[in-house]
Design a protein. Structure first.
Length: 168
C-alpha cells in the first residue's frame, strides 16, 4: 500500500511538467536580494536577505541562496529559509507549491532535495516529510520521515467526467 501511494503521489505531483524542466537551466536567471557576493574566479555567488530567484516558471524565495556556476551554466543551488518557498508554474497542470528549511539542486542528476518540515501542495494533493528528493528526469519522488514524524500524504484521485447521453 505504501509503495502504491508513493507511485500515485509521484504521478499526481510531477506528471508531464518534469520534461519541460530539462531545458530550464539554460533559461535566464533573475535574482533579487538585499546583498549579493559574486566570485567569478570560482563561479560562486551568494545572495543574502529576502532572496527571490525566478527561472522559467520556477520561483524560490529564501533567506540565503548559494549558486555554483561553471562556464555560465548553473551546476548547483543551495537555499535556506525560515521557511523557504518554492513555486513551479510549469508542471503541465496545477502549479506546485512547496516549503522547507533548505533546498539543494544538483544539475547533473537533475535532482531537487528539500530538507526540514517539507510540505508540497498541488491542488488538493499534499505531501509532508522531513526530506523529499525529487528526481526531475525520471519523475520520481522519495519522501523520508523525520526523527519523530512519519511521512504523510493526502492524494485525491481525478474523477472521470460523466459521459454524454447518460451512459452506454
Amino acid at each position: 500500500m505504501t509503495r502504491r501511494l508513493t507511485v500515485l503521489l509521484a504521478l499526481c505531483l510531477v506528471a508531464s511538467g518534469a520534461i519541460a524542466r530539462n531545458h530550464r537551466l539554460a533559461q535566464p536567471l533573475s535574482v533579487r536580494a538585499d546583498n549579493i557576493q559574486v566570485d567569478e574566479r570560482t563561479g560562486m555567488s551568494v545572495y543574502i536577505g529576502h532572496v527571490r530567484i525566478v527561472q522559467d516558471g520556477l520561483t524560490v524565495r529564501a533567506d540565503r541562496v548559494r549558486v555554483h556556476s561553471l562556464h555560465g551554466h548553473v551546476v548547483s543551488i543551495h537555499a535556506h529559509g525560515t521557511p523557504l518557498h518554492m513555486e513551479d508554474q510549469k508542471t503541465g497542470g496545477l502549479p506546485l507549491f512547496g516549503t522547507a528549511l533548505a533546498l539543494h539542486f544538483a544539475a547533473g542528476p537533475d535532482e531537487v532535495t528539500l530538507i526540514g518540515h517539507v510540505v508540497f501542495h498541488q491542488g488538493v494533493n499534499v505531501l509532508h516529510g522531513h526530506i523529499v528528493h525529487y528526481y526531475v528526469r525520471s519523475q520520481r519522488i522519495t519522501a523520508l520521515r523525520g526523527l519523530h514524524k512519519r511521512v504523510r500524504a493526502r492524494v485525491v484521485p481525478h474523477s472521470r467526467a460523466p459521459q454524454a447521453g447518460g451512459g452506454h
